[in-house]
Ligand binder design. Structure first.
Ligand code: 13P
Length: 283
C-alpha cells in the first residue's frame, strides 16, 4: 500500500524505532527491497534521487513500476515513495504530480531564509495533496556521486525557525553523517541531536546511514532519529556479489542471472538493517 510517511514516522517516534529509507536504482532493487521488507513486516520508504529517477526513465516510470510491484507481489506493508534530495521546487512538484507520496526539498545550500522560503512553497503544494515533506538544515556531506566531507553541523535555533515557519513533517539536521563511504570514523553529534529532538518534537532523519556502527545507530534512534537513509551499503553488497558471480561464471550472459546474483546481498542487508532499526521498539 502506497502511503505518505507521516503515520509510519510518527509511530516510530512514539515507540523508539526507525523506519528505513532504502534508495532504489532499478526494478530489481525495488523488488528485492519490497520483498524483504514485506517478509519482515516492516514499513519502508523507497528513496529515489533525481539522478536515479532520471536513470529509470522519470518519475512516472518509477511510480508505475513501484505500484506494479506492490500489486503483483502482494505487498501489504505501508510503502512511501519519496524523492530524495529534491533540488528545486519544480522537481518536488513534478514528483508529487507523478504520484510520489513524500518529498525532500534540499535547499540546504542556500541561506536559512532562502531555505525556509523554498521549503514553505513545497510544503504548501505537498500538504494540499496529502504528501509529506522533509527538509535539511546545515549541510550533510557528500552527494550520491561524490564523497566529500563538507559538513556544516545544524544549529538548533535554525532548525526551530525552519520547522515553525514551514510546517515540514520531518527534518534532516546535518549532524556529522556523510553520504557514501566514510573516510575515517563518522563524528555524529548525538548531544546536539537530542537537543534538536527535544526542541522540535517531530521525527528526525539520519542521512548517510552507510558505515555508521550499530551502537551509534541505536544511540541516534534513542535521540530522535526515526528515519535512516541507506544507499551505498546496498550498492557495495550487491556489487561484491555480482563481481564474484561473474568471476566464477565467465560464460553467463543472461542479464537476469547476472543482476540477480546480487539479490541475496540486497535482501540480507535490508533484513539486517530493518531488525537493527527496530531492536529497541517499545510497542
Ligand atoms: P548512504 O549512501 O551513505 O547510505 O546515504 C544515503 C542517503 O543518505 C540518501 O539520502
Amino acid at each position: 500500500m502506497l502511503v505518505n510517511a507521516k503515520e509510519m514516522l510518527n509511530l516510530a517516534l512514539e515507540n523508539n524505532y526507525a523506519i528505513p529509507q532504502f534508495n532504489i536504482n532499478n526494478l530489481e532493487w525495488a523488488k528485492n527491497i519490497l520483498e524483504a521488507c514485506n517478509e519482515q513486516k516492516s514499513p519502508v520508504i523507497l528513496g529515489v534521487s533525481e539522478g536515479a529517477a532520471k536513470y529509470m526513465g522519470g518519475y512516472k516510470t518509477v511510480y508505475n513500476m513501484v505500484m506494479g510491484l506492490i500489486s503483483d507481489l502482494n505487498i501489504t506493508i505501508p510503502v512511501a515513495l519519496h524523492l530524495d534530495h529534491g533540488q528545486s521546487i519544480e522537481s518536488c512538484k513534478k514528483a508529487i504530480d507523478n504520484g510520489f507520496t513524500s518529498v525532500m526539498i534540499d535547499a540546504s545550500s542556500y541561506s536559512l531564509d532562502k531555505n525556509i522560503e523554498i521549503t514553505k512553497d513545497v510544503v504548501t503544494y505537498a500538504h494540499h495533496r496529502n504528501v509529506t515533506v522533509e527538509a535539511e538544515v546545515g549541510h550533510i556531506g557528500g552527494t550520491e556521486d561524490e564523497i566529500t566531507s563538507d559538513i556544516a553541523y545544524a544549529n538548533k535555533e535554525d532548525c526551530i525557525k525552519l520547522v515553525n515557519e514551514t510546517g515540514v513533517d520531518f527534518l534532516a539536521p546535518a549532524l556529522g553523517s556523510v553520504h557514501g563511504l566514510y573516510k575515517g570514523e563518522p563524528k555524529i553529534d548525538i548531544k546536539r541531536m537530542k537537543e534538536i529532538k527535544e526542541a522540535l518534537g517531530i521525527p528526525l532523519v539520519l542521512h548517510g546511514g552507510t558505515g555508521i556502527n550499530d551502537e551509534i545507530i541505536i544511540n541516534s534512534i534513542d535521540s530522535g532519529i526515526c528515519k535512516i537513509n541507506i544507499n551505498t551499503e546496498l550498492q557495495v553488497a550487491w556489487a561484491n556479489n555480482v563481481r564474484r558471480f561473474l568471476k566464477d561464471n565467465s560464460d553467463v550472459y543472461d542479464p537476469r542471472k547476472i543482476i540477480n546474483s546480487g539479490k541475496d546481498a540486497i535482501k540480507e542487508t535490508v533484513i539486517t538493517k530493518t531488525n537493527l532499526f527496530r531492536s529497541n521498539n517499545k510497542a
